[in-house]
Design a protein around this ligand. Structure first.
Ligand SMILES: C[S@@+](CC[C@H](N)C(=O)[O-])C[C@H]1O[C@@H](n2cnc3c(N)ncnc32)[C@H](O)[C@@H]1O
Length: 208
């Protein structure tokens, strides 16, 4: 991995950052969740089985369900956001789960998902190759993974981004091509711009 680094005054001082990340009709958030949903350019999800990795308060899980997905499972490491997600979207299955722990016996329908989302989340992973391998195994053959997040320029695999409240690792475009070497990868569109973004966001659709 390259150790290129980006520093900056990107962060708001935001205690409770994750709790106030997504935006809903009844509450603003740091992220314009509806605009991000549109930028994902999802196919018709009617009847699909969908997995939302790092689902936060469940905005995308809830929208997948209300858009006709037959089964949606969202999970996140933070108990607090999962509690809110369950209240907001009682028809969706949610779990508080660290993606680095085993998925077998915890995440239902492994190997059957038509669609998986990893939105604004992969840069938090310390072991992205292992996480992507788990998502690959969770998808049905031909299943679609939709990635959204900040992607850097450069030849290395990832760059380090140092902010006031966290340090994250963002893939470069060439790093993503290597990460998804065994997948069919398509850069769909730039994504939205958020107030605290250190680098531009993109959406990729990748099929196993
Ligand atoms: C910036 S938020 C994005 C949430 C949502 N996907 C969206 O775009 O609105 C990143 C989420 O990843 C979750 N996350 C970070 N590390 C995780 C881990 N190890 N396992 C599961 N979720 C994790 C965080 O708790 C947070 O809710």
């Amino acid at each position: 991995m390259s150790a290129d680094r980006v520093d900056g005054e990107f962060a708001s001082s935001n205690e409770g950052y994750e709790l106030l990340y997504e935006s809903f009709d009844d509450r603003p958030g740091l992220s314009d969740s509806h605009a991000k949903w549109e930028a994902l350019k999802l196919p018709d999800v009617s009847g699909m089985t969908a997995l939302d990795v790092g689902c936060n308060e469940g905005y995308f899980s809830g929208h997948l369900a209300s858009s006709g997905a037959a089964f949606v499972f969202g999970f996140d490491a933070e108990d607090e956001v999962i509690a809110v997600a369950r209240q907001r979207f009682p028809d969706v299955q949610f779990a508080a789960l660290d993606w680095d722990l085993p998925w077998e016996g915890v995440i239902p329908r492994l190997g059957e998902y038509d669609l998986a989302l990893i939105v604004s989340a992969l840069h938090y992973s310390q072991a992205p190759e292992a996480l992507i391998a788990k998502i690959h195994a969770a998808l049905a053959p031909g299943g679609l993974l939709v990635f959204e997040g900040g992607v850097a320029e450069g030849e290395g695999d990832r760059i380090q981004v140092v902010r006031e409240h966290d340090v994250t690792w963002h893939f470069t475009h060439s790093g993503l091509e290597r990460l998804f070497a065994d997948w069919r990868i398509e850069r769909v569109t730039p994504s939205i711009t958020q107030a605290t973004d250190p680098i531009p966001r993109f959406v990729y659709h990748v099929r196993r």
